[in-house]
Design a protein around this ligand. Structure first.
Ligand SMILES: Cc1cc2nc3c(=O)[nH]c(=O)nc-3n(C[C@H](O)[C@H](O)[C@H](O)COP(=O)(O)OP(=O)(O)OC[C@H]3O[C@@H](n4cnc5c(N)ncnc54)[C@H](O)[C@@H]3O)c2cc1C
Length: 446
């Protein structure tokens, strides 16, 4: 295997299959995986050749972007090839006047942001690991982020995809036109497919002119219920907020010390509302937030002060007891307070510390159970709490994954959320595109 694949990608680009950098992602419970080899092709044609060789030799393929995933999707399950896309870093075309760019799968999310900004344009999806995640991984997971509330998740910005499908063929679906309804929407099918239908080698993206300056506001409320009522008022206020984020009381207790505005006693909920459409809109949103708030909503002149603190939340929560399980359930907005309170109840039931924070405007929680990783009982309790959490999301009419995908971490749960005929459609699609089940086997599908 090594010799054949080295002939395609060069010896330097074949690594041992136990190289821990390539066999784990950021998911705490997806233990390090194992592959036979790690292969790093340098072009889309090489990806196609590697896939063709693997497909004819029945070798499973685990695609890998930046390894920032939180579902274990890039973790190989004992054999086969990890196919890393990190060397596909070309900007194939960039036409700022047409508001479009085509980049290869290995370009980082941060680079796409920077390239757009340099010409006064904007690529809105902003998943938290901007410097680590690659655009191919973002498309493969249909990643979100705070500003996806106003602008939509990654898939809303994809106008075309180039991918290698079984048994090793390079296809381009749609491209740089802004509209194309000629065929089935194969770009949308590959988006969010978590590497189970094909390997994305390049993506065409839509950009927009940079919106106005970010003018964020923050307000504190006594409880999750009053905070969630404020969210509904903000959504009814008229101007569309650029982002609506929240922290519950337990997260505030852990991370509130560093909050730029200070957290008074009795605070049970923090609401952050970003506005990028001018001061008049910010005033309207501020009024909607003010009702029932503990104090006048706080305006930030330097948005970076607030966003930097927000970005550090995950790390603060992780280090609180040493480790955490954090799931990305999403529920209808009018069930958000129930899901926030339910997270704490589930933690209490299992005797495990819990908190939640997340993208409130999308009803998307990062519900978290924290524990000391050396305490085996606590680890078991956290896992059981995680299962109850997914069940709660389904019960509330929501989803087991609003952002990170199913991967390995939630495998087996799709058929709890979707009906049997709907899961059968998934299986039929998988069978049509990957008849030998070699594309990221053991992920996403039950
Ligand atoms: C600190 C932090 C904050 C985060 N915040 C967010 C957030 O706000 N929103 C959000 O949605 N996610 C967030 N994430 C999760 C993660 O960053 C996203 O899921 C991201 O899109 C993964 O991209 P990646 O390149 O790292 O993919 P990887 O982790 O390498 O892979 C993810 C999945 O995609 C598949 N894949 C990767 N590349 C390709 C390809 N080219 N073709 C086919 N399949 C491929 C893999 O097989 C795997 O199943 C966060 C993660 C961290 C560590």
């Amino acid at each position: 295997m090594k010799e054949a694949l080295a002939k395609i990608v060069g010896e330097d680009n074949v690594r041992p299959g136990d190289d821990s950098f390539y066999t784990a992602d950021e998911t705490i419970f997806a233990a390090d995986g194992l592959a036979d080899l790690v292969v790093l092709p340098g072009s889309a044609d090489e990806v196609a050749e590697v896939v063709a060789w693997c497909y004819s030799n029945e070798v499973p393929i685990t695609p890998r972007g930046g390894g920032s995933g939180w579902a274990g999707g890039a973790v190989p399950l004992g054999s086969g090839v990890v196919l890393g896309l990190e060397r596909l870093t070309s900007v194939r075309s960039f036409e700022p006047l047409q508001w479009r760019i085509e980049v290869e799968a290995g370009v980082t999310t941060a680079t796409v942001h920077r390239l757009a900004l340099e010409t006064g344009l904007y690529f809105p999806p902003d998943p938290g690991a901007l410097e680590q995640s690659l655009i191919g991984g973002n498309v493969a997971t249909n990643a979100g982020g705070p500003h996806c509330f106003k602008y939509g998740v990654t898939g809303a910005w994809v106008t075309g995809v180039e991918a290698v499908i079984a048994p090793g063929e390079l296809i381009r679906v749609v491209g740089s036109v802004r509209k194309d309804v000629a065929g089935y929407d194969l770009a949308a099918l590959l988006t969010g497919s978590e590497g189970t239908l094909g390997i994305i080698t390049s993506v065409s993206l839509r950009l927009i002119p940079t919106p106005g300056q970010s003018l964020p506001l923050a307000a504190l409320y006594p409880s999750a219920v009053s905070g969630c009522e404020a969210i509904e008022r903000v959504m009814a206020a008229g101007p569309v907020a650029a982002a609506i984020e929240y922290l519950d009381a337990a997260t505030l207790a852990i991370a509130g010390g560093g909050f730029p505005g200070g957290i008074p006693a009795g605070s049970g909920f923090l609401l952050i509302v970003d506005c990028d459409s001018g001061e008049a809109d910010r005033d309207a949103l501020r009024q909607a937030m003010a009702q029932e708030a503990l104090d006048e909503p706080l305006a930030f002149d330097d948005p970076q002060v607030l966003w930097r603190w927000r970005e550090g939340l995950g790390t603060l929560v992780s280090s609180h007891l040493g480790s955490k399980i954090s799931d990305d359930i999403a529920v209808p907005i009018d069930r958000l307070a129930a899901a926030i309170e339910g997270t704490i109840e589930i933690g209490d039931r299992h005797g495990i510390a819990a908190c939640s924070f997340g993208h409130a405007g999308d009803g998307n929680l990062h519900s978290t159970f924290m524990f000391d990783p050396s305490d085996e009982l606590a680890v078991r309790r956290a896992k059981a709490a995680g299962d109850d959490l997914l069940a709660m999301a389904i019960e509330l009419g929501g989803t087991i994954s609003g952002e990170h995908g199913i991967g390995l971490a939630k495998n087996g749960w799709l058929n709890r959320q979707w009906s049997e005929p709907a899961v059968r459609v998934h299986e039929a699609i998988k069978q049509a595109l990957d008849p030998k089940n070699l594309m990221n086997p053991g992920k996403k599908l039950p």
